[in-house]
Ligand binder design. Sequence first.
Ligand SMILES: *Cc1c(COP(=O)(O)O)cnc(C)c1O
Length: 385
Amino acid sequence: MSYQKIDTALIHGGISTDERTGAVNVPIYQTSTFKQDGLGKMRGYEYSRTGNPTREALEALIAELEGGYAGFAFASGLAAETAVLSLLKTGDRVLISSNVYGGTFRLLNQVFDHFGINYTISETDDPEAFEKDITDDVKAVLIESPANPLMTITDIRAVAEIAHRHGLLVIVDNTFMTPYLQRPLELGADIVVHSATKYLGGHSDVVAGLAVVKTKELAERIAFIQNSTGGVLPPFDSFLLIRGIKTLGVRLDRHVSNAEKAAKFLLDHKAVKSVHYPGLESDKGYEVNKRQARNGGVMISFELEDNYDIKVFFESLELITLAESLGGVESLVCHPSSMTHASIPEEIRKKVGITDGLIRLSIGIEDIDDILADLDKAIRLSEVR
Ligand SMILES: *Cc1c(COP(=O)(O)O)cnc(C)c1O
């Protein structure tokens, strides 16, 4: 099929139709196993952990969107990260961006540490500081940009260049941007991981993870790990993701235009002490982000001035829902220090700047006037007199 643009690839990319029947959508192949026509005579599939046509369609789609050699679908973002980190061996160390997703930190801090795989928190937003953290045992770097919840921007190209000079594997968690806004493999990354639960799914109705690798060699190793550890995405959930991805472009265009307005609204609000949004010119990461991503994305975090009670703020919101997660069509709000980042010990949270007053917003695609009115009302009601 001939096309140039990602908006078309979102709909027609990968394996987008059913060759055999002409079905316009890839069917849900809800089967665990496949008939073999004789010993060793398979029709391309044998068992659905190893391969399933619906999952394969999704895997081909995400590989094309990220510009990688192959894609892999997992039961969650953390299952995808678990598979990718399983490339490491006892004694290896991975550098992680400071303020990565809390679950990523917990996975390394409380699971992989059992296997003698170590991590160091690195300020990847400062390439020189990052290079100083590379010791002999460091074999990989895991970058989030923007990193959650302070929306810290890492210069992916600069860090990948340094990392490769030292022989490290470069892994980027692209959950917050998606390939519609940022393509880390083109910036030098070796592997991209996603919590597809977020923007790729887009409707807060499926938990899923994806990984995309740049080379055939990595593809073979991840395929082996995926089949051996078994955290695969079921056919129905694969179908839901393909369906979600078709509208990624139109959803994100609205998400981002709403987020830009919300960030400006917060920046100008007298009750707001700080705003973190890489789409604001005043933001520390603005210039670097502009070079490597289409725009500032959707996620915003902010702090209210000290004379506002954030408990009252959260309870006063009506339209914007207090919930973990992000990336759905509905606006969500969360309190990182007690929710998404609670699994990070308090002293580390303090050190990386995740204060108890920090509020994280995932702006949905509702009418922006209604979103701003809800924010404004909750801020007003939370003022301590
Ligand atoms: C949610 C999230 C994850 C974990 O994904 P799950 O699908 O919840 O397992 C990883 N990284 C980031 C940036 C996330 O937001």
